[in-house]
Ligand binder design. Structure first.
Ligand SMILES: N=c1c2ncn([C@@H]3O[C@H](COP(=O)(O)OP(=O)(O)OP(=O)(O)O)[C@@H](O)[C@H]3O)c2ncn1[C@@H]1O[C@H](COP(=O)(O)O)[C@@H](O)[C@H]1O
Length: 106
């Protein structure tokens, strides 16, 4: 069983100790543009899977996206703890919602 913290640590380890044949290493070697393209691609796959019936496919695509976002965070030097801290600061906040007019009503 691997949680997001453990996966992030593994990704950081790949960044600091490149391993031949590693897909994570391949992404870091290719660089930011490649990582961003993968995040975009995996986001689209999540959206398409979300509208289809298969929960398994949706979960699979969300996991793919989560992995690639963690690689992007590692590349940008952002830790999982920083995101956790940001989420914690939002805890208990009252969300501000406002009705927006539909474009057709403008
Ligand atoms: N969670 C993942 C994970 N999710 C997705 N992927 C890879 O992401 C790729 C996405 O598939 P695609 O078909 O979109 O991409 P591709 O055609 O293989 O490659 P591209 O040229 O398009 O980038 C696949 O090669 C998957 O293996 C992952 N690769 C690694 N991990 C984790 O990272 C750990 C370290 O992996 P290595 O770095 O490979 O040792 C693994 O043990 C896993 O826990």
């Amino acid at each position: 069983m691997q949680d997001l913290d453990e996966l992030y640590q593994l990704i950081l380890d790949r960044k600091n100790n490149p391993k031949e044949g590693s897909y994570t290493d391949y992404l870091f070697t290719k660089g930011l543009d490649k990582i961003l393209k993968k995040v975009g691609e995996e986001s689209t796959e999540v959206i398409v899977a979300a509208k289809n019936d298969s929960d398994d496919e949706f979960v699979y695509e969300v996991a793919d996206l989560a992995y690639h976002v963690l690689v992007l965070m590692a590349d940008r030097g952002i830790s999982v703890d920083q995101v956790k801290k940001e989420l914690a600061e939002r805890e208990g906040l009252m969300s501000k919602t406002k009705e927006r007019r539909d474009i057709k009503d403008l």
